[in-house]
Design a protein around this ligand. Structure first.
Ligand code: NAD
Length: 353
């Protein structure tokens, strides 16, 4: 199994080191891997003049999976748009055709106080949002701003083909199969034809997944239900724009950005795995960053690209144990728990494995 490792900028290298140590500890448990490291983001700009160098692209294409830390930082904020670190991320997602974005929002019972919602509403929350990432109104043509009747008119096009809906639907049904077997498809079929087609295709597809219970929800209601009673959801699937908004809403239910992993997959389950947070320049290099989102991203990689469910669960259970034992980095610290740094948190997860 070939893993392309892209630590990136800021806290990226520190958190990546811990994730690789955890993967190393699993070697031999039906799992072995080769890891090669390359540059992306600001460090790549400094070394080569571009945020996604050719050598990185070559390595990423040849790998089975990519594990990424984070990119960006204030020292690169004034560069021309093409050279910004974040461009590196957009480029790799596009080049590898990563159309399915999977974002779990899990709130471990021990961290229920980190949420802005009442603990009883969110404790034990475990949602997976599957967002389509390469289509919809963000890419649809025609688009623009034109003159019409003496004023400016802005317009975009919401468009999905049947095949695009089907391929994201499959990812969502498969993911639901690996979890609680409940899938909620989110659309706006009462006013948008495009999402009427979305709903029709999801219903057709459900015939292939009789073991998964499919339901539908309008996006406005979904936004409301996510804060009213989020634990009713298992897997949610939706288009690019609705998913953009709902996945941020869902992740913030947990209140702990250092805990949230993500995956972006292509049609063959090749994936890019990364924490949902950024490069945290304010704490970079200090050994304070929470490595758990990156460690949990590595667990997602084992589950979705390598089909190693048991090993993924081993990592997730180790994280649960560490939290139950009271280990906390600064971002999730509360009185009465044990404050640790990045490496100590890695040590604790490895010990729990
Ligand atoms: P951020 O997620 O980096 O940080 C927000 C806050 O959360 C900061 O206070 C930070 O210290 C804290 N934080 C984040 N991750 C943490 C962790 N693992 N442990 C402990 N605390 C953590 O967001 P930002 O400050 O808006 O952005 C900083 C840089 O990161 C910017 O250059 C931005 O463009 C970039 N960024 C990159 C990605 C990515 O690589 N996918 C995503 C978002 C932002």
């Amino acid at each position: 199994m070939k893993i392309c490792v892209l630590p990136g900028d800021g806290i990226g290298p520190e958190i990546m080191e811990q994730a690789l140590r955890v993967l190393d500890a699993l070697r031999g448990d039906g799992f072995d891997f080769e890891a090669e490291t390359a540059l992306i983001g600001g460090c790549a700009v400094d070394a080569t003049g571009t945020p996604y160098p050719e050598a990185t692209s070559k390595l990423a294409k040849a790998a089975d999976a990519i594990l990424l830390g984070a990119v960006g930082g204030p020292q690169w904020d004034n560069l021309p748009r093409e050279q910004r670190p974040e461009r590196g991320l957009l480029a790799i997602r596009k080049e590898l055709n990563l159309f399915a974005n999977l974002r779990p929002a899990i709130l471990y019972p021990e961290l229920a106080n980190a949420s802005t919602l009442k603990p009883e509403v969110v404790a034990g929350l475990d949602i997976l949002i599957v967002r389509e990432l390469t289509g919809d109104i963000y890419f649809g043509q025609p688009r623009g701003i034109r003159e019409e009747g003496g004023e400016r008119v802005g317009f975009n096009t919401m468009v999905y083909s049947e095949s695009e809906i089907r391929r994201i639907g499959k990812v969502a049904f498969e993911a639901a199969r690996k979890r609680g077997k409940k899938l909620c498809s989110v659309d706006k079929m009462n006013v948008l034809e495009c999402t009427q087609l979305w709903r029709d295709v999801m219903i057709e597809l459900s015939a292939d997944y009789p073991d998964v219970e499919l339901s539908h929800m309008l996006v406005d209601n979904a936004a409301m239900q996510l804060v009213r009673a989020p634990k009713q959801f298992d897997v949610m699937v939706t288009g690019n724009m609705f998913g953009d908004i709902l996945s941020d809403e869902a992740s913030m239910l947990t209140g702990s950005i250092g805990m949230l992993p993500s995956a972006s997959l292509d049609a063959n389950n090749k994936g890019l795995y990364e924490p949902s947070h950024g490069s945290a320049p304010d704490i970079a290099g200090k050994g304070l960053a929470n490595p758990l989102a990156t460690i949990l991203s590595a667990a997602m990689m084992l589950r979705y690209t390598f089909n190693l469910e048991a090993q993924a669960v081993r990592i997730e259970n180790a994280v649960k144990k560490v939290l139950a034992a009271g280990y906390r980095t600064g971002d999730i610290y509360e009185a009465g728990t044990r404050r640790v740094g990045t490496r100590e948190m890695g040590d604790a997860v490895i010990a729990a494995l």
